[in-house]
Design a protein around this ligand. Structure first.
Ligand SMILES: [Fe+2]
Length: 159
């Protein structure tokens, strides 16, 4: 399956009251710390209220995380996961933060796509093609979800 680099997705916005502050998020279970550069990238399990809200949008079982990026990320493909990931940015991390996709992981020379994500809207990201995040000047906070399989998610039919 091939996925677009980036797409705006029509999932419902997350109610403000379900989003914790950065301080509160750092108290949650940390599920990923970059071992080489602690805190450059970190992911946390949401509390049950947010987790339930997100899971309730879909029939399929999902994985949800808060994600915090504090510094530019190097060119990478996501660790141990494939497919498509959905991101809802709460704070962008700066005015000009770009997600870029490259032609090559080891020797990234050519940018093949780039985007400045807007906050408070869902978008999908291709995580299998080498990419990075640059121009981060403050913590970039987002909520990230994906299906267990990595396949695209479909909203529940609410009829
Ligand atoms: Fe990534």
């Amino acid at each position: 399956m091939t996925f677009p680099y980036y797409d705006i997705i029509d999932f419902p916005s997350i109610p403000d009251e379900l989003i914790l502050s950065l301080e509160q998020i750092y108290e949650l279970d940390n599920t990923f710390i970059d071992q080489n550069n602690k805190w450059e990238y970190a992911a946390f399990s949401p509390n049950k209220y947010l987790k339930e809200y997100l899971q309730d949008m879909f029939d399929e079982e999902i994985v949800s995380k808060y994600q915090v990026i504090r510094k530019d990320l190097p060119v990478h493909v996501d660790y141990k996961i494939t497919g498509v990931k959905y991101n809802y940015i709460i704070s962008t991390g700066g005015n000009n933060v770009k997600t870029r996709w490259y032609d090559n992981l080891e020797k990234p020379r050519t940018i093949i796509h780039e985007v400045i994500s807007k906050p408070l809207q869902w978008h999908s990201l291709n995580i299998e093609i080498p990419h990075n995040v640059c121009n981060v000047t403050s913590p970039r906070l987002s909520v990230v979800i994906r299906s267990l399989s990595g396949d695209p998610l479909q909203l529940k039919n609410k009829s």
